[in-house]
Ligand binder design. Structure first.
Ligand code: UD1
Ligand code: MG
Length: 475
């Protein structure tokens, strides 16, 4: 393969997003649009990458690093068109040779395979290769025009197209590959005498053909090159990306009972033989090992789920959660920064944050780690085989050592040694016969007051009204 460089254009403001953020920083599948494009670029092994951004878009510049790319960031001060943007991007690269691929930062569904296929045309001797797609809705796209022999002769932008040209349904995706020499020769020839007064990169095609250079077109599926201009298109891209991620997971051995209700992130790692029930959401940074079951309506983020674990239904696993093999985290349990040992159980209605739970420990229903004092977070350390009775509050920092018991309803503020029982609650008092006497006294008082009220009713009040009033007094 010859040397490969990429220029990613992302200087557009994206006004139709109606947003304070640059368009390409909006997210699908848990990361910005432009980062999806840069990830594909990284995967094809591009040697040099230029990222063209607009003024005040510095936040985009950091996205390359996240996918291991050292991008050269170039700022396009004025949005003069894609031809101008590529000129600026090219200047940021150290005089590339071989193939230069131009991609748009707002086209996140492009796959590395498609980009690599396009590059092959340049390796085979073409000066330009255009990625096109057939569509029933060509409006807004540049049309790829071919002669009677099927050779590409030009790309015509929508606003400059004649009615016959508008009838063409083979459209420019915007992704183009160039021989580096040819690109350097053609770019200065591009003018801005067109409907928008912009320097169109697409004009390079006709200029190349005039000079006898070979131009090729490669076709891809429309879904892969959908650009995003507004929130509606953003949601459609999210849908397509989710379908792609779910399909990949299922083909890799994951069972999803209702895949359309499961939301994945670009980096979700699900091992074979994981079962995902309906309505589960995976935020960034989740790995789930084989045999684990994620029950319905659970939300996981920044979490490792060990082999054979059961999570949920209705569990919320927040960043820093690590579940050892066969651990169980049940309904309405929230964990955060918590290492839960093998076969430990937190089955119901608990908050376990900033904690270590040893293997085989049992955390009773309603246990809360009180990890925050309004200023700092503190750790709770629960030993192996410890048993925390229901409705206990463990006030951190605190250690419950191996095998210890905490009586239900305790508020534990001091460490508990291994094998001990800690009780930290009011001592139970039983008064024989108290309830019976209490009821009798209350019933007598009620009867007395009801008699008194009946007397008032005799003075002409409606009986129903009197009863309601008496009942209210008794409460
Ligand atoms: C472009 C193509 C069109 C293609 C369509 C596919 C041109 C002239 N037209 O049109 O053939 O069918 O994409 O979606 O290339 N950008 C800059 N600086 C600029 C102008 C644009 O960085 O000065 C970036 C934008 O941020 C965007 C990309 O280039 O990522 C495309 O720009 P856009 O204005 O959306 O081009 P289209 O009119 O959609
Ligand atoms: Mg566009």
């Amino acid at each position: 393969m010859t040397e490969l460089s990429c220029i990613v254009l992302a200087a557009g403001k994206g006004t139709r997003m109606k947003s304070d953020r640059p368009k390409v920083m909006h997210q699908i599948a848990g990361r910005p649009l432009v980062t999806h494009v840069l990830a594909s670029v990284a995967e094809i092994g591009a040697r040099e990458v230029a990222l063209v951004i607009g003024p005040d878009m510095a936040e985009i510049a950091a996205e390359g690093e996240k996918v291991g790319l050292a991008c050269k960031v170039a700022v396009q001060q004025e949005r003069l068109g894609t031809g101008d943007a590529v000129r600026i991007g090219l200047m940021a690269l150290p005089r590339p040779s071989g193939t230069v691929i131009v991609l748009f930062g707002d086209t996140p569904l492009i796959t590395p395979g498609t980009i690599a296929n396009l590059a092959r045309h340049i390796e085979a001797g073409a000066s330009i290769a255009v990625l096109g797609f057939e569509t029933g809705r060509p409006t807004g796209y540049g049309r790829i025009l071919r002669d009677a022999q099927g050779q590409v002769v030009a790309i015509r932008e929508e606003n400059d197209a004649s009615p016959e040209e508008k009838a063409v349904t083979f459209c420019n995706s915007g992704v183009m590959a160039f021989n580096a020499e040819a690109l350097r020769e053609l770019l200065p020839l591009i003018g801005n005498d067109n409907a928008k007064g912009e320097y169109y990169l697409t004009d390079a095609v006709a200029l190349a053909v005039e000079r006898g250079m070979a131009v090729r077109a490669q076709t891809c599926d429309e879904s892969e090159v959908q650009g995003i201009n507004n929130r509606l298109e953003l949601s459609r891209a999210e849908t397509l990306m989710q379908v792609r991620l779910r399909e990949a997971a299922m083909l890799a051995g994951v069972t999803m009972q209702a895949p359309e209700t499961v939301f994945l992130t670009f980096d979700t790692q699900l091992a074979a033989d994981v079962l995902i029930e309906p309505n589960v959401v995976f935020g960034p940074g989740v790995t789930v090992e084989s045999g684990a079951v994620i029950h319905a309506f659970s939300h996981l983020e920044g979490t490792h789920v060990g082999a054979g674990c059961h999570v949920g239904p209705f569990a919320r696993l927040r960043p820093g959660t690590r579940l050892g093999p066969k651990a169980k985290v049940g309904n309405f349990v929230e964990t955060k920064n918590a290492r839960v040992g093998e076969r430990a159980k937190i089955n119901h209605l608990s908050y376990v944050g900033d904690a270590r739970v040893g293997e085989n420990a049992n955390i009773g229903a309603g246990t809360i780690t009180c990890n925050y004092d309004g200023f700092d977070k503190h750790m709770t350390d629960i030993g192996a085989g410890a048993f925390i009775g229901s409705n206990s509050a463990l006030v951190a920092p605190v250690t419950i050592a191996d095998g210890a018991y905490v009586g239900s309803g305790s508020v534990v503020t001091r460490d508990v040694e291994a094998g001990a029982l800690a009780l930290a609650r009011g001592v139970q008092v039983v008064k024989p016969g108290w309830a019976t006497r209490f009821r009798a006294e209350k019933a007598a008082a009620k009867a007395k007051s009801a008699n008194g009220a009946a007397g008032e009713a005799g003075e002409g009040r409606p009986a129903g009204d009197t009863l309601v009033k008496a009942g209210g007094q008794a409460d």
